[in-house]
Design a protein around this ligand. Structure first.
Ligand SMILES: C[S@@+](CC[C@H](N)C(=O)[O-])C[C@H]1O[C@@H](n2cnc3c(N)ncnc32)[C@H](O)[C@@H]1O
Length: 204
C-alpha cells in the first residue's frame, strides 16, 4: 500500500483532478483569495495558475513528495512565491493568525481527521479570515447517498483514503466556520463522485 500511495496515487490525482472540467471551478474558488494564503492538500499544484494577483504568498501543505515534484512546471511559472511549508493539515506548523485566506480543493474528502484539520485552519487564520473550498461529498439525493455509503470503503482503498460520503457543509460549520457563500451542484461525472460544494466560509 505504501508504494501504491506514494508512487501511483499522486499521478492518479494529477490526471483526475487535472481534468478540463475542473478548470472553471478552480478559477471560481481561487477568486477572492488575498494576502498570505495557506493551501491545504496542494497536490500537484493545479491551482497555481489560478492564484489571483491579490495573493502575496502561498504556504502549501502536502504530504506527497511526488505531488510536489509533479508541480515543478507550474511552480516555475508561478506569479507569487509558493513554498512547501507543511506535510499534514491535521498539525500545522504555524503560529496563530499566520494567514489571511485558505484554499482547499478536493482535499477535505481525504484528510483522515478533517475536524482536526479545520480546527488547525481556524487557529492559523486571522479572525474573520476566509476558507475558499470546492469539494466533492455527500449527494443531496438519498438514493445516491446509499451508493456512496456502499462504495466508500472501495474508494478509500483505490484513491488514497478519499471518502465519497462526507457532508462538506455540515463539517465546515461544525469546524467553527460560518458559510458565507455556497453552491451545491452536480458536476459532469456520475453523482456518487461528482456532487460538488463550492463556496467561501469565514472563521467565526
Ligand atoms: C484529491 S487530492 C487534491 C489535490 C489538489 N488539492 C487538487 O485540487 O488538485 C487530495 C490531496 O490531499 C492530500 N492530503 C492527504 N492527506 C493530507 C493531510 N493529512 N494533510 C494535507 N493534505 C493531505 C493528498 O496527498 C492529495 O494531494
Amino acid at each position: 500500500m505504501g508504494i501504491y500511495r506514494d508512487r501511483f496515487v499522486p499521478r492518479l490525482v494529477n490526471v483526475a483532478c487535472g481534468m478540463k472540467a475542473n478548470e472553471p471551478l478552480r478559477e471560481r474558488v481561487c477568486s477572492g483569495l488575498s494576502g498570505r494564503v495557506i493551501e491545504l492538500g496542494f497536490g500537484s499544484g493545479l491551482n497555481v495558475p489560478y492564484y489571483p494577483a491579490t495573493v502575496t504568498s502561498v504556504s502549501a501543505v502536502e504530504p506527497a513528495d511526488l505531488g510536489w515534484k509533479l508541480a515543478a512546471g507550474r511552480l516555475a511559472q508561478a506569479r507569487v512565491p509558493v513554498e512547501r511549508a507543511g506535510l499534514d493539515g491535521q498539525r500545522l506548523p504555524f503560529p496563530e493568525n499566520s494567514f489571511d485566506t485558505a484554499l482547499s480543493t478536493w482535499t477535505m474528502c481525504t484528510i483522515p481527521d478533517i475536524d482536526a484539520a479545520l480546527a488547525e485552519l481556524r487557529r492559523v487564520l486571522v479572525p474573520g479570515g476566509t476558507l475558499h473550498f470546492v469539494e466533492h461529498g455527500l449527494a443531496p439525493d438519498p438514493k445516491v447517498q446509499r451508493w456512496q455509503h456502499r462504495l466508500d470503503p472501495l474508494q478509500q482503498r483505490i484513491a488514497g483514503g478519499c471518502h465519497l460520503n462526507r457532508d462538506i457543509a455540515t463539517i465546515i460549520r461544525a469546524g467553527g466556520f460560518e458559510i458565507r457563500d455556497l453552491d451545491v451542484f452536480k458536476g459532469q461525472g456520475p453523482a456518487f463522485i461528482d456532487s460538488q460544494s463550492l463556496g467561501v466560509a469565514a472563521a467565526a
